[in-house]
Ligand binder design. Sequence first.
Ligand code: PMV
Length: 315
Amino acid sequence: MDSKPTQGSAPGKVILFGEHAVVYGRPAIAVPVIQVEATANVQPAPAGSGLTIVAADLDERVALSDAPLDEPLALAARLTLERLSAPEPDATLTITSTIPIASGLGSGAAVSTALIRALARFLDHELKPADLSALVFEVEKIHHGTPSGLDNTVVAHAQPVYFVREETMDRLALGAPLTLLIADSGLPSPTGEIVAHVRQKRESEPAHYDALFDQIGEVTNEARQSMEEGDVDTVGMLMDQNHELLIDLDVSSNELDDLVETARFAGALGAKLSGAGRGGNVVALVEDELAEEAGQALSEAGAKTLIRTQVAAAS
Ligand code: PMV
């Protein structure tokens, strides 16, 4: 086989609407965050050495032949080889990432996507985003049991998406660009635990929780329309509404509510927690002129890191 070095990368992501409700079949909207990314490089290695995966930032080195079945990097590589009916190549695959881990920015999905993309290229295959997404979904199950599939979908397509579990994946064509500030509370956001908490609450109060999921679904559908029409003010207002509904779901925290309030007070058009909640990130929609000021206010209010990103309008 002609083995030349190859590379693959994938962006982070942020959920704008519909987290949690998406687990129960309601729609969600998420967008890529291109300021952060995971990258995988594959280099040929001497014959007989097999595949070694190096997670440079974590100081981890995994030989595919003796990695446990549930080791996520090895699983991503195995699924790729299986999908392409390819034998294990002699190569070293090195992963690096600038995406903060476990903070709701899709770090796990991006690392898997970059790895699978780079390894497939090393084997002379260019996987389609939908195929990539399906493989990454299998790896995501290790991270948090019953993922909706939203993370792998937005990260593998690297496009704004409107997503309904096992049903719909529409690329969103924005009528106007959106400038977003993503502020990390610095608190943990253990997705699996929080999803399990919501499941328990729903079991004890099904009618109440299903009504909340329905309302979140309606907000998400209105948001889709406003995003496509370029009605940025309405998108902001709907983010505020989505945050209130997430408070009702019991997945917010004082720290997240404070950051959301701070962003609004500094002139954001809307703000909400993003991802599983409790900790992790809030996302604020701002006008360009106010982005600097709002960012400063968020940092002063305790945001540990701040990412400013723009989601482009359709050309
Ligand atoms: O915390 P994150 O960004 O991985 O997002 C979790 C989103 C949930 O809707 C809560 C779970 C899911 O699988 O979609």
